[in-house]
Each structure stands twice: as structure tokens, then as C-alpha cells.
Design a protein around this ligand. Structure first.
Ligand SMILES: *[C@@H]1O[C@H](CO)[C@@H](O)[C@H](O)[C@H]1NC(C)=O
Length: 435
């Protein structure tokens, strides 16, 4: 006890310092500060590929209330290079979103990357009408950046395109004032579905000024890809829609709700879906990964497990229709009646994974069971761990050794006493009969 107290008193000032440090790094009168990497390709020796990449520490300041031109009461950290503090003002107010704010407050810091961005027209069919007038707005010439923020809790992922606005002489500190032009975001960067279920891949966007946009959902898996849905928002026309997919048009124009509905999920749907929003001369995207988790069905055979004394039997656990492939089967054996010791059965063997027509898998694991009288009543359990199961799944069977059914010690003593009593009665009757 004394030792414990001494340790605690040593640790406490340290812990308090850490906590204070965390708070001061993440809070200021400005709103949250996010640690970022500023990443850019750098000129290296001619023709080298891939190009070299440099990254510098940067800081993103999210302004409260989206207010512009409020003086910055902020002393920039010394370790940052000039130009590496980005003040982000957000007229769309998306960054006030409680889900976004609470995802930033999770224990782990979000990951954040900032890149230079150059506005340009897109040449996919569904984005052509955005820039038809061939007259680029005069303010496109300025300096632009894109930021990508991902919360550590996996609940928010955001791509933002922002323009530098100059306020000559303002603040007098090394801060780049920028204003949001376009956000594309998802509340669930990973979606999980079972076969045959409907799933919604979450995506949304918000625009600072322009109302015009086009939307594209593209599927990518192991290097190959194709467009799943393409919508020209200027002409209000769907140019491409894979069968069984749908947009929510009711909320698309009004609320920027760009989610994609897949009606009935099959293994072929697994992969990453890029939600790309095009506005005139801008484009931002977020990926949503769709994973299929199909829980296994489990059966034991033979069931009931009836073995003759001295005989050996193979007990099989057939695990079927699961996805993905990774799966573990373990065997447990509980000795005797309830409360007996449980142990792992080590000598199990299993088949390879067999593929079903729908893309799911089967596997069978087997063990040998001996029919010894003293093992009667043992409980054999096949335990399966799989991504689709929170705590695993199990099937159990009692070993029944023939001729031992229902025979506990109590029963044996009972039978013995009964036999003794009968013997006594018969003897008595016999003696009586003789006389
Ligand atoms: C997988 O297991 C199920 C159920 O036991 C069976 O109907 C099916 O034929 C098996 N598939 C393969 C490929 O063995």
C-alpha cells in the first residue's frame, strides 16, 4: 500500500502535465487546432520516378462560427516553418457539425494532410456542363489548398478545398487565411454489410458559393475500377447507373446528401467507392470502403455423439458460408459434469477453405474422440472466431458412451442398494417358502 502511494505521488505531476499539454494543444479561443502535414512533390534529379515527396509540420485553425476577419489572438508555435499555419474560415458551417466536432475530441488526434491545389476544368462527360461557358471566374488565379482530415475514431473523413484570402497587414503573424470553397465528407469511411442486405455508402458535400455540381461514384478494387453512378447536376441527368444502385435525389440538391444506395450486396460489391463532387473548376472526393461480413453457419456431426466403449470416433465441425476467408476454429473439452475443468483439444485437423458459388467459404475441422467409460458426459465445443462475430460462435455436444447413459455414482449405489433389498426380500420369501 505504501509503495503504491509512493508511485502514484511520483506519477501524478507527470500525468497532470500531460493532460494540460493535450488540452492546450487542442483548444484555443479560435476553436480546434489540428496538427497536419503539409505534403508536396519536390523537384529532384531529372526524370526520377516516383517523384520525391517532402512533408513539413503544419497547423490548421478551425475558426469558431465561421467568422471572418476576427483578429487572431494566437502565438504560433516556434517549430513551424513560415507559411505553415492555415486559418480556415468556413461559410458553409459544416465544421460546426457536432459529429465532426466530437470526432475531433476523441483521444487520438485526427490525421490531417494539406496539399497545394490548382483549380481546373474536369473532362468527364457529367462535369462538362459545369464549365460550358468557357469563362473561368477571375478569382481562380489565387492560391489554393486542399486539406484532408480523418478522425481517429473512424467516424468522419473530410476533404476540403480552400482559397487563400489576403488581408494585407492583418494580424502580423505567419498565418495563411483561407476560405472554404468545397467540402466533401463521409460519416462512415468503412461500411459493413451482409450478403443480400441493402447498404448506404455515406457521402455529403457543401459548397460555399456556387450552386452547380456534378456527382460521380467510382468503384475500385485491386487496381481495377469503373464508374458506378454518374449524375450531371446542371442538366439534372443520370448518365450512368449500375443496376441495383440509387441516389437520394430528394436530399441531393437541397442538402448535399450524395450517399449511394446498393440494394442487395453481393461479394462482387466489396471494394472502395470514391464519391467525387465536381463544381466548376474544383473537384474533391472521399472514399468509402465496403466490406462484406457474412457470419458462418456451424454444425457438429455426429450429433448425438454416441460412442461404444473402447471405440474411437471422429467428431466434425462443419463451418460454412462465411466471408471473408480468415477464420479460426478451436476445440474445447469440459471434463465430466458441469463445473469440470475445461481444456483445449490440440490434436485437431482441418480441410482447406472451399469456395461456394456465391463467393463465401466452407471449412471443416475434426478431432478424434475416445469412448472410454470415465469420459462419459464430457462436453465437446467447437468455437469459431470470425470478423463477422463479436464474441465468436459455438456449438457443443455431450459425449455419450454406450451403456453408461444416466449412470452416475449415485445411481450405481442406488441400484446396488435396490438389488440388495430385493435379494433380501427374495431370500426372506425363499426361506418362508421352504418352511
Ligand atoms: C458448404 O457447406 C454447405 C453446408 O454444409 C454445403 O451445402 C455446400 O455444398 C458446401 N460447399 C462446398 C463448396 O463444399
Amino acid at each position: 500500500m505504501v509503495h503504491l502511494y509512493r508511485w502514484l505521488s511520483l506519477l501524478t505531476p507527470f500525468a497532470v502535465a500531460v493532460v494540460l499539454d493535450l488540452c492546450s494543444a487542442k483548444k484555443s479561443s479560435l476553436g480546434p487546432l489540428i496538427d497536419c502535414w503539409y505534403v508536396e512533390e519536390v523537384e529532384s534529379r531529372a526524370g526520377s520516378f516516383p517523384k520525391a515527396v517532402s512533408q513539413k509540420k503544419a497547423l490548421l485553425l478551425l475558426r469558431e462560427n465561421g467568422h471572418f476577419r476576427r483578429p487572431l489572438d494566437f502565438t504560433p508555435p516556434e517549430h513551424l516553418q513560415p507559411g505553415m499555419i492555415f486559418d480556415l474560415m468556413d461559410p458553409t458551417l459544416l465544421l460546426q457539425d457536432p459529429v465532426f466536432r466530437s470526432s475531433l475530441r476523441s483521444k487520438e488526434a485526427p490525421s490531417c494532410e494539406i496539399n497545394a491545389y490548382s483549380p481546373q476544368a474536369a473532362f468527364v462527360d457529367w462535369a462538362l456542363s459545369l464549365t460550358e461557358e468557357q469563362r473561368s471566374p477571375p478569382d481562380l488565379g489565387g492560391e489554393w489548398f486542399s486539406s484532408s482530415i480523418q478522425s481517429a475514431n473512424g467516424k468522419f473523413s473530410l476533404a476540403t478545398i480552400q482559397q487563400v484570402v489576403s488581408h494585407p497587414g492583418e494580424d502580423g503573424i505567419r498565418v495563411k487565411s483561407t476560405v472554404v470553397a468545397l467540402h466533401v465528407f463521409t460519416h462512415s469511411p468503412t461500411a459493413i454489410a451482409q450478403l443480400g442486405q441493402a447498404v448506404t455508402l455515406d457521402c455529403g458535400f457543401s459548397l460555399a458559393r456556387e450552386g452547380r455540381f456534378s456527382l460521380e461514384w467510382r468503384y475500385q478494387f485491386q487496381g481495377s475500377g469503373h464508374v458506378v453512378y454518374a449524375y450531371d447536376g446542371v442538366r439534372d441527368r443520370v448518365l450512368l447507373a449500375q443496376e441495383g444502385t440509387e441516389l437520394f435525389f430528394g436530399d441531393l440538391h437541397k442538402k448535399g446528401y450524395a450517399s449511394l444506395l446498393i440494394h442487395s450486396v453481393s461479394i462482387a460489391h466489396e471494394g472502395t467507392y470514391l464519391c467525387s463532387v465536381y463544381t466548376p473548376y474544383m473537384q474533391a472526393q472521399r472514399g468509402v470502403e465496403l466490406r462484406i461480413h457474412e457470419p458462418p453457419r456451424i454444425s457438429l456431426s455426429p450429433e448425438p455423439l454416441l460412442v461404444l466403449p473402447g471405440q474411437e470416433m471422429v467428431l466434425e465441425c462443419a463451418v460454412s458460408h462465411y466471408y471473408p476467408l480468415e477464420l479460426t476454429v478451436e476445440w474445447l473439452r469440459r471434463r465430466g459434469r458441469k463445473g469440470g475443468a475445461t481444456e483445449y483439444v490440440r490434436q485437431a485437423w482441418q480441410t482447406s477453405h472451399k469456395r461456394n458459388a456465391d463467393g463465401t467459404f466452407n471449412i471443416t475441422s475434426s478431432i478424434r474422440v475416445q469412448g472410454s467409460r470415465e469420459d462419459h458426459g464430457d462436453l465437446y465445443t467447437c468455437h469459431v472466431s470470425h470478423a463477422s462475430l463479436k464474441t465468436g460462435a459455438r456449438k457443443s455436444v455431450h459425449l455419450k458412451v454406450a451403456g453408461e447413459s444416466g449412470l452416475s455414482i449415485d445411481n450405481v449405489i442406488g441400484l446396488f442398494l435396490t438389488a440388495l433389498a430385493l435379494y433380501g426380500i427374495l431370500k426372506f420369501l425363499g426361506i418362508k417358502g421352504e418352511t
